[in-house]
Write a protein that binds this ligand. Structure first.
Ligand code: FE
Ligand code: FE
Ligand code: ZN
Length: 277
């Protein structure tokens, strides 16, 4: 069965997210761990988490893919920005232990003209400070479109970060279809080749989740503008093929497509599930 869901609002807590997911036949979902601007995250309510776990078990929800705030930039030039990011990362990893064994996705960061090598070292330094041996969460580096000075625009850059992380068994990768398409990888004409390259450079065993998005722009554009599934340059057939690929089909798929309400996601999930059979 296709394990798919979408990004949900976390404002009403975990059980509410579980219910929202179940209402659109989703078995996984994503959410922001905190308001991107606000410093402190809302305190976790253990009763809400308990209710969520019961609900999730009853509704086949097994994987959740938390997303770090967009404002987190562990490769920033300003020490203050890096400190904010590191504090948020450390706090998020503590909070994630309320839902043990789940996934925490982050954008590697932007080097803001310090150069890729400096950026990669800063990201790895922060991860080495934040990760702890007892954590049960796997931290996923998201493949990026290469907009501006974003790091993670190639599989090689992701690999270089992981290589510098001491607790590398806590590290994984989230593949964003819009981002790698914008980064130049041809998932329409050569999905097998792209996945072979991923395997050679990073290793498919590191791949833990997929962000399933269409792209408004042609391959290699480095723009990062998401489109609804079938409403962009990648197209429905190629994205459905991503869900069905033997190397990917058992992973959690998260939609980050532009819809105004849950019904839009529900329709997208239904269509992808129908094509998956
Ligand atoms: Fe993301
Ligand atoms: Fe994404
Ligand atoms: Zn994006």
């Amino acid at each position: 069965m296709l394990n798919i869901g979408c990004h949900l609002s976390s404002s009403k807590g975990y059980e509410a997210m579980g219910k929202a997911a179940a209402s659109i036949d989703a078995t996984t979902f994503a959410f922001f761990t905190r308001n991107p601007r606000g410093g402190k995250a809302k305190a976790i309510d253990p009763e809400d988490v308990f209710a969520f776990h019961t609900f999730a078990a009853d509704h086949g929800i097994q994987t959740i893919v938390a997303h770090a705030p967009y404002t987190m930039n562990l490769a920033a030039a300003k020490g203050e920005t890096r400190e904010f990011g590191l504090a948020a990362l450390k706090d998020d990893l503590q909070r994630m232990e309320y839902t043990p064994g789940q996934l925490y996705n982050m954008h590697p960061g932007s080097h803001v003209k310090q150069g890729v090598d400096v950026g990669i070292q800063l990201i790895a330094d922060a991860l080495n400070e934040a990760l702890f041996p007892a954590q049960t969460t796997t931290v996923l580096l998201e493949t990026m479109a290469g907009k501006g000075t974003e790091i993670g625009r190639s599989f090689q850059e992701i690999r270089q970060i992981i290589d510098k992380v001491e607790l590398s068994d806590k590290m994984g990768v989230c593949l964003d279809t819009c981002h790698i398409w914008d980064g130049g990888y041809d998932i329409v004409g050569g999905l097998d080749g792209v996945l072979q390259e991923f395997d050679q450079v990073i290793g498919l065993d590191r791949l833990k989740a997929v962000h399933l998005n269409d792209s408004l722009n042609p391959r290699g554009s480095h723009k990062d503008r998401h489109a609804v599934i079938g409403g962009g340059e990648i197209g429905f057939e190629a994205l459905s093929a991503v869900t069905k690929h033997p190397a990917l089909r058992d992973l959690p798929f998260i939609l980050e497509t532009p819809h105004d309400d849950l019904r839009g996601y529900g329709a997208e999930i239904a269509r992808l599930k129908e094509a998956f059979l």
